[in-house]
Design a protein around this ligand. Structure first.
Ligand SMILES: Nc1ncnc2c1ncn2[C@@H]1O[C@H](COP(=O)(O)OP(=O)(O)O)[C@@H](O)[C@H]1O
Ligand SMILES: [Mg+2]
Length: 307
């Protein structure tokens, strides 16, 4: 019999519900746990991933365990003899199904923070925990696998391959995952049709408008069904009408597909579409603003669907 809590330090106790290994089965000894002041008592299940043990806790209002957590994250870059502090002690908690905007002027560290949260870069100090996994301790190889499975990316420049059609671009992440061609085509086609691009399947990026290209890149980010979507200035190259279209569309994805969306922007009008706005300045969080109206829109309608 082994108490798995021994693997964790005190600060990890949020994940370490007391579990006991009995007859090759994990038995939950204690279910109730305090998370951000709430008590969660129902429906625990366990996951084994990348050799890291984690526990997911679900309460009545859905999961109350943070999906992404940054703990006192510092990122410094050395440029010549100069040290640049891009992130200066960031702590942030993001829950499942949230649409969070990170807002701040150019150079304040938004993209750096996004790269940390998605494990593209490692912090100089601090921890990033995603779905119970301390990703800054995960090897590069396991991290790319984790990213391919759990995360989708949308960029300002769309990052589509110009010589490939919309369909082929969307199929790419599935090719990397070794999914059969028939399946790749079906899944990519279905998602492009859902995004209103049924007539553009065989167009190359150069034959599409900016808004259409960004929709292709959104389709690509969703095709492998990741839990989390990261978007870095996704509307930076779009006119205002298309910007609204794309942002409303992203809200729709959070609402209907129950994705967690983290979007970076320097534009307050763009950030207004999120449920929470994290304000950043000089590598620090200066405030977090809740937009209750949006939260209701992002969650409320989904509850209606389940009713
Ligand atoms: N790879 C890097 N090497 C050196 N400095 C960097 C690197 N990436 C970002 N920085 C610096 O870190 C700061 C934050 O950059 P960034 O996160 O890109 O800001 P934002 O996305 O908010 O515009 C800036 O001063 C930038 O010059
Ligand atoms: Mg940036």
């Amino acid at each position: 019999m082994q108490l798995l809590t021994e693997r964790y330090s005190l600060t990890d106790r949020i994940f370490a519900i007391i579990l006991r290994l009995e007859k090759k089965r994990l038995t939950i000894v204690e279910k109730a746990y305090s998370i951000r002041g709430e008590m969660c008592t129902t429906d625990c299940h366990t996951l084994m991933r990348s050799g890291v043990f984690c526990v997911e806790i679900k309460g009545e209002g859905g999961s109350c365990l943070a999906l992404i957590e940054a703990k006192d994250v510092v990122k410094k870059y050395k440029v010549g003899s100069e040290i640049i502090t891009a992130l200066d002690g960031i702590s942030l908690s993001i829950e499942r199904g949230e649409f969070v905007a990170i807002l701040g002027t150019s150079g304040c560290g938004k993209s750096t923070l996004l790269n940390m949260l998605s494990g593209l870069e490692r912090p100089t100090k601090g921890d990033i925990i995603v779905n119970g996994v301390r990703i800054n301790k995960v090897s590069e190889k396991n991290m790319s696998r984790f990213r391919a499975k759990e995360m989708g990316f949308i960029f300002q420049q769309y990052n589509l391959i110009p010589s490939l059609t919309a369909l082929e671009n969307v199929m790419l992440p599935l090719t990397i995952q070794g999914i059969s061609k028939k399946n790749r085509i079906k899944r990519s086609r279905d998602i492009l049709i859902k995004l209103g691009l049924g007539k553009r399947l065989h167009n190359k990026p150069g034959q599409m408008s900016g808004g259409q290209q960004q929709r292709v890149s959104i389709a690509r980010s969703l095709v492998s069904n990741p839990k989390i979507i990261f978007a870095d200035e996704p509307t930076g190259n779009l006119d205002s009408k298309t910007t609204i279209e794309i942002l409303e569309f992203m809200q729709e994805i959070v609402r209907t597909e129950h994705k967690t969306l983290i979007m970076v922007s320097h534009d307050a009008e763009v950030a207004m579409y999120a449920g929470r706005i994290v304000h950043m300045l000089d590598g620090r969080i200066t405030g977090i603003e809740e937009r209750t109206e949006n939260i209701a829109k992002l969650n409320g309608a989904a509850e209606g669907e389940n009713a």
